[in-house]
Design a protein around this ligand. Structure first.
Ligand SMILES: C[S@@+](CC[C@H](N)C(=O)[O-])C[C@H]1O[C@@H](n2cnc3c(N)ncnc32)[C@H](O)[C@@H]1O
Length: 161
C-alpha cells in the first residue's frame, strides 16, 4: 500500500489519512491526540460460516481480516497500540472496539503498555447474524474498552449531560 503521510482530506478540525496505520501513525507528533477511537481488524475471516441475506456463506471480510496466527496478530496490535500511546495526550482517552477474536489481546496489550482500563462497555447488536451452527451463543455484541494512559490521568468525562 502507498504510504500517505499527508491527509487526503482535511479541515482545521479534522484530518483524514488513508493508508496502513503502521506506515501513517509514525508521522504523527507525540502527545497530540485528545481521544483515539480504534476499530481494529477482528482477524476472524478464516473460513468460518455466517449468515448473509438469509444464506449461509463463508466469513470473508477481506485479506485485512485474516489471522496471521496468535503471535503475529498480537505483534500487530502491540505495534499500533504503542503508537497510540505515543500520540495520545496524557489527559487523553482511547476507545477500542472488538469481538472475542481480538478484544482480549487488545485489552492485555493495553495493560502491558501501561494503560489503565476505565470501563469495558457492551455494545449490544439487536441485528446480529443469526446463530446457524448453534454450537455457541449468538455473537450479538461488541466490547468497547475505554482506557487512559495512566491511572492518575486527569481525563474528561462528561457524566452529567
Ligand atoms: C473492524 S473493521 C472497522 C470498520 C470501520 N469501523 C467502518 O465502519 O468502516 C477494521 C478496519 O480496519 C482496516 N484495517 C485493517 N488493517 C489495517 C491497517 N494495517 N491499517 C489501517 N487500517 C487497517 C480495514 O480495512 C477495516 O476497514
Amino acid at each position: 500500500m502507498e504510504v500517505k503521510t499527508e491527509p487526503f482530506y482535511g479541515t482545521p478540525e479534522t484530518h483524514l489519512y488513508l493508508g496502513d496505520c503502521l506506515d501513517v501513525m509514525p508521522s504523527f507528533a507525540d502527545n497530540f491526540a485528545d481521544m483515539i477511537f480504534a476499530d481494529p481488524p477482528y482477524m476472524l475471516s478464516n473460513d468460518g460460516i455466517t449468515c448473509q441475506a438469509g444464506k449461509m456463506v463463508k466469513v470473508n471480510k477481506g485479506k485485512w481480516d485474516k489471522s496471521s496466527g496468535f503471535e503475529k496478530d498480537a505483534a500487530f496490535h502491540e505495534q499500533w497500540i504503542s503508537e497510540c500511546r505515543r500520540i495520545l495526550k496524557p489527559s487523553g482517552t482511547i476507545w477500542i472496539s472488538g469481538t472475542n477474536h481480538n478484544i482480549f489481546q487488545c485489552g492485555y496489550l493495553l495493560q502491558k503498555l501501561g494503560f489503565h482500563i476505565l470501563n469495558d462497555i457492551t455494545w449490544y447488536k439487536p441485528n446480529a447474524a443469526p446463530n446457524l451452527a448453534c454450537k455457541t451463543f449468538a455473537h450479538s455484541h461488541e466490547t468497547l474498552i475505554w482506557a487512559v494512559k495512566d491511572k492518575k490521568a486527569k481525563y474528561i468525562f462528561n457524566y452529567k449531560i
